[in-house]
Every structure is written in C-alpha cells, then in structure tokens.
Write a protein that binds this ligand. Structure first.
Ligand code: C2O
Ligand code: CU
Ligand code: CU
Length: 430
C-alpha cells in the first residue's frame, strides 16, 4: 500500500516447470510462480496499481477480464509488454463485488499463453457483499475453482487442435487450480465455490455426481438479486459463477461436468466436446461441520443497465471467419460508442458451431435469448455469454468509462483459438 492508499500488486510473468504427475515435469508459465497466478483482491473504491513485469522471452499482455477501467489500462493487444519490460496500469475499482480474472491477450497468441498457465483470479468486494451472510473465508468455505482442460505431451502441454476440431484445443482431463484429480476437505455446512472456466475452448455443464441441488449466487459481474437453486450450470470459456453447496457430515460429493445437448448437430457435439463428461473436484466433508448461516433470501439490487434509455442498436454476426464478416485488424476501429449512453447489442450465431461473446469494460444485462426471457443463470451481470449454434441474444450495456478515441477495447469470441484467428473487433468510447 502506497502513502496515498493505492494498493500495489506485483505480477511477474515467468517460465517454469511443474510436476503435475509424479516424476514427470511439464514446462509451464506462471505469474510469480511456475503455473497460474496469485489471487488478487480489492474493494470497491480502492485505487489499485499492478506492476506487471515480463520475464518471458516473448511479448505478452495482462488483461483484467470483467473489470471496468480505462482502455489504456485494459491489457488488451494494444498494451503489449516487451520481454524485460514492466507495465504499470492503475485504476480505481468502480463496480460491485465479483469474481474476475486476469490473463494474457497478445493478438494471435492468447490461446497458447493462457494454456501454458498464465491465468489468475481477481476478486472484488464491496460493503454489501461483506455484510451479507455468505460463506466468505477465503480458502476455508470460499474456494477459488479455476477449471482447465489439459493434455500432456511429453514434457509439455499439448497445443494441438486434434482431428477435425474447429473449436480449438480440447484436453482429455481437467485440473482445478493446476491440480489433477483434485479433492478438498471442507469443515463448514455451506461451501462457496467460485467457478472460473479458464479453459481455452471447452464448455462445462457443472453439477454434482449425486445430482443434488445447489444455489447459484453470482454471475460474471457479481451477486444475483437472490440465490437461484439449480442442478446444472453451463459455463463457456471466460465465464464465472459462484455457487453455494450444502454438505452433510462425513459425506463425499463430486463436482462434475455433464454431457450437453445444445451444440447443434451430432458432428459438432462430438468434435466440440459437448458430449464429454469429467469429474472436476471432489468435496470431502469432515465428520462434524461448523454451522453456516442460512443464505439470504435477497442479496440486493442488480447494477446492470436496462434497455429503456438505449440510444442505439448494434448487431454482431458470429462466424469463425470473423465478426460481421471482418477479421480483427489492429488498426481498424469497428464501433464507436458514446460515453454515458446505453446500447443494445444483438449477437447471433448461425455458424454451425459453438461460439461465445465477451465484451471488455462493461457488465451487461441479457435481455433476450432467442426472443425469450433469459433463464435464471443469465439474469445477472454478465461480460461473457455462450451462444451455441442457432442462438441470438440481445444484450443491454452502458458505456461510462473515460472517453479515449485512440485506445480501443475488444469484443470477441472467448474460444481462444477463434479469437486468435480473428473473431474479434474493437470499439472506442468517445
Ligand atoms: Cu478474457 Cu478479451 O478476454
Ligand atoms: Cu476481457
Ligand atoms: Cu468462436
């Protein structure tokens, strides 16, 4: 902490190696350590500064996924950090409590940089979230769950896309927080899991092996108005959700990913990994559990725009070959939005394969999915949404960052192979 109260974080991107499997080392990248990165944490109103040092032998960036901040601090492909250099973005946290994350964003190379291990969580708190009776002791009853799929190839991670695979890399097993076959001992009745799909292409449908119900309490951008009971939750790359699960003394239950049926035809389902299933994380309850307070019935107001004062409607057509028929070009601004205004963005996928859609800087409201009211798990602040083939979503978003006509933010498919191929566009706020 500096004299003016700024919270300072140090992140060094570096190469390393890690023994994921006994006796077998894998070459990896990480922040400060060999693989993944520390959980950063700040509160609404905090001034933060991150010293990002690149000790790799190639340029990269660090993007604050889900964060509302000035475009120059966003860590997209325009804020490259050369080898040996340090980049020091700073901003004021100005959004509700949420589970955000950070990862590289170099144009054309995001998939490999993330897959090698550059990813971490950035948690935000605020007064409301701190006052609510939610599980909130980090590492005890409030657990980060970074889910990635992986295939080992000798001393490396496999980067191949495999036979007829158009979604990008799909691994044959999953890790949580960089650990294979993970389990976790818990000592509280209620356990909060902060789920982050940090995989490059794989979509998960999370549920428990005994099919128990659990409560979803948050989406990408923060708490829902009220907990939503569910048995399955689909998260595509980049999306987060917080869930609370009730444990009984001495029991074991396993968080799994179940086969999904919304990928389109059988071919896309098979080669997109839609019919795969994985054990993700086993929870092992102690024989006596500490009582947890009941979840609140209501958690508060959502801070997402509605469409009532939207001044402009834009349309985005998702294709593997580009968005609205164009591939990403670093020197072309695709959309110009006006500071302080709300817009609707309608995103459509008729490309035959799954895509998703992520917008930098904002947390949006999902107004409609195929013309219908969105399902409960999309009724919260979102920055990334999954669009299986045949999906159209209407989103409402408000742009209230500082104007900067020279520095664009990105919107893109967060299947990182697609992003790298050019399924990305740029917008500026003026
Ligand atoms: Cu998580 Cu533009 O990315
Ligand atoms: Cu982002
Ligand atoms: Cu895509």
């Amino acid at each position: 902490v500096k004299a003016d109260g700024t919270k300072v974080f140090d992140l060094a991107m570096r190469a390393g190696e890690k023994e994921f499997r006994p006796g077998r080392k894998t070459t990896t990248w990480g922040f400060n350590g060999d693989h993944l990165g520390p959980t950063l944490r700040a509160e609404r109103g905090d001034k933060v500064e991150v010293r990002v040092r690149n000790t790799l032998d190639e340029p990269s960036t660090v993007h604050w996924h889900g964060m509302h901040l000035p475009a120059r601090m966003d860590g997209g492909p325009h804020q490259m950090v050369p080898p040996g250099a340090t980049w020091t973005p700073h901003w004021t946290i100005d959004q509700p409590a949420a589970t955000l994350w950070y990862h590289p964003h170099p144009h054309g190379k995001t998939e490999t940089h993330v897959q090698r291990g550059l990813a971490g969580m950035f948690l935000l708190d605020d007064q409301r979230s701190s006052a609510l009776p939610l599980p909130k002791t980090y590492g005890v009853d409030d657990l980060p769950v970074i889910v990635q799929d992986v295939t080992f190839d000798g001393a490396r991670f496999d980067h191949g896309h495999g036979f007829m695979r158009n979604v990008g890399f799909l691994g044959d097993r999953t890790m949580v927080n960089g650990t294979l076959d993970p389990y976790r001992e818990v000592r509280d009745e209620l356990v909060r899991l902060r789920l982050l799909n940090a995989s490059t292409a794989r979509v998960y449908s999370f549920g428990f092996d005994d099919n128990r119900r659990y409560a979803q309490i948050a989406t990408d951008g923060g708490l829902l108005e009220r907990p939503a009971q569910t048995r399955r939750l689909q998260l595509s790359p980049g999306e987060r959700a917080e869930i609370v699960v009730r444990m009984r003394p001495g029991e074991r239950t396993t968080l799994r990913s179940f086969p999904q049926d919304n990928y389109g035809d059988a071919w896309n389902t098979r080669f997109g990994g839609g019919d795969d299933s994985f054990d993700v994380l086993q929870l092992r309850a102690a024989t006596t559990l500490r009582p947890s307070p009941e979840l609140p019935g209501r958690m508060g107001e959502l801070e997402v725009p509605d469409a009532s004062d939207a001044v402009r409607a834009r349309h985005f057509d998702l294709k593997m070959s580009g968005i609205n028929g164009r591939k990403m070009a670093m020197d072309r601004v695709d959309e110009t939005v006006t500071r302080g205004t709300t817009e609707t963005w309608t995103v459509r996928n008729t490309n035959g394969m799954p895509h998703n859609f992520h917008v930098h800087d904002v947390q949006f409201r999902v107004l409609e999915v195929n013309g219908q009211t969105p399902p409960a798990h999309l009724r919260g602040a979102k920055d990334t949404v999954f669009l299986p083939n045949g999906t159209t979503m209407k989103l409402a978003m408000r742009f209230d960052g500082p104007p900067d006509p020279d520095t664009p933010y990105m919107y893109h498919c967060h299947l990182l192979y697609h992003e790298d191929l050019g399924m990305m566009g740029q917008f500026v706020v003026v």
